[in-house]
Design a protein. Structure first.
Length: 408
């Protein structure tokens, strides 16, 4: 009896083999939708039931009859639209970056082994972990910095300052010197704001910039780059000429125009720099994807009848992922530094407790209160340096061919 004839390559139903179809979502997408549902419900509740002068969690606690419980865990404030978007990007990071590391243990172990060889990158990862955790959880524990001109220019703990430069010395007063106290471990500004609290809240600002701006830039840039490389012809030509227009657009001038019309805000910064900063990512991804689309396995996928969407999503994008990840890690410090520079020049939202605003507030007091500039400046420097070290290490671990080409 003749055996069953084996299937030809071009007759294989790849959707059936992979166990997925248009209606069978991946576990990552299912988890995203499951966790996104409460966030969407909270957003709708905020827009429909919470008044403009009411705080979201205060109203929610009152409706649920759990005011004391909410106050115990520190949920008494309000959420802006940017906070909801930040939460959404955190969910994307959890289910599409962190979870895949768990789903592919062998690959994760291999890349982790390569990554650990870079000692500065390990220290950078630890520092960025501190910035992430403190920026995410710190504002839930620590009260926001408040202005109190009576306690201006308090020195950091273990340091002293001339009492003539201090409004009212909070710490020990000896002779003509005011000593620092743990009540304000990094001192206070000329307006009496606690420097440590401002740095903690500035970490959250930096995380919002890192996650939201990068997510938008990556989404647009990856889509343009891969589609352009895969489609080729006039589609590639049109998309790249449009990208050239985006790259040549004077982003700073446009931001200043928007600033003059609508006023400064973090949301405006994110929108403007996201919309006009994806051109470099698109060109970079396209250059990597062009070599991928010419590979035999991509041609075989086309011949087998796979759709364009499936080919790009399942083959082109995953095989350019290493280059995309490293490029993203090097984009983030640019956005954080841009916000700090604009805030320092007085072109940012003055109500935000960002590192740039804090540095700007102390530039006139450098002679007797240098900690106002040095503390946030040092944190900003370490964060930018850490992202650059991390990007270099990821490039070496995920794309060793690039390192070999650089050495040759």
């Amino acid at each position: 009896m003749a055996g069953k004839q084996s299937e030809r390559f071009d007759d294989v139903d790849w959707d059936e083999i992979s166990g997925r179809s248009a209606f069978n979502l991946a576990i990552n997408t299912k988890l995203l939708l499951a966790t996104l549902a409460p966030l969407v419900a909270l957003f709708v509740y905020d827009r429909v039931y919470v008044g403009e002068r009411e705080a979201l969690f205060s109203r929610l606690a009152a409706d649920l009859g759990a005011t004391s419980a909410f106050e115990t865990i520190g949920l008494t404030g309000d959420l802006q639209s940017l906070d909801f978007l930040f939460a959404f990007t955190l969910l994307l990071f959890a289910w599409y970056v962190v979870l895949p590391l768990y789903q592919n243990p062998r690959m994760t172990a291999y890349y982790w082994k390569e990554f650990k060889r870079n000692r500065p990158a390990m220290l950078s990862l630890a520092w960025l972990g501190v910035v992430f955790v403190v920026g995410l959880l710190g504002p839930l524990i620590i009260s926001p910095p408040e202005q109190n001109i009576l306690i201006s220019h308090q020195p950091p703990v273990y340091l002293t300052v001339d009492a003539a430069n201090v409004g009212r010395c909070v710490g020990q007063l000896t002779a003509s010197s005011c000593h620092g106290t743990w009540q304000h471990p990094l001192g206070t500004t000329n307006g009496g704001k606690d420097v440590f609290k401002t740095i903690v809240y500035g970490m959250q600002i930096s995380m919002k910039i890192a996650f939201i701006t990068t997510s938008i830039v990556a989404t647009i840039g990856i889509t343009f780059g891969t589609v352009s490389a895969y489609a080729g012809g006039w589609v590639d030509e049109f998309m790249m000429r449009f990208t050239d227009i985006i790259l040549s657009f004077p982003t700073l001038v446009f931001f200043l125009l928007i600033l003059y019309i609508y006023g400064a805000s973090l949301a405006m910064f994110i929108v403007v720099f996201s919309v006009f900063a994806w051109g470099g990512m698109a060109r970079y991804v396209r250059s990597k994807a062009l070599s991928i689309v010419e590979e035999e396995f991509v041609k075989s996928t086309r011949i087998s009848g796979a759709s364009t969407y499936r080919t790009v999503r399942r083959h082109v994008v995953p095989n350019t992922a290493s280059s995309i990840i490293t490029n993203i890690s090097l984009l983030i410090p640019g956005f954080i530094l841009a916000e700090a520079q604009l805030a320092f020049l007085g072109l940012g939202d003055s109500t935000l407790p960002s590192w740039g605003q804090l540095i700007a507030s102390g530039r006139s007091d450098l002679a007797f209160a240098p900690w106002i500039v040095l503390a946030p400046g040092f944190v900003l420097f370490l964060t930018i340096l850490a992202f650059n070290f991390l990007g270099d290490a990821l490039l070496d671990a995920l794309n060793p061919e690039a390192e070999a080409e650089a050495e040759s």
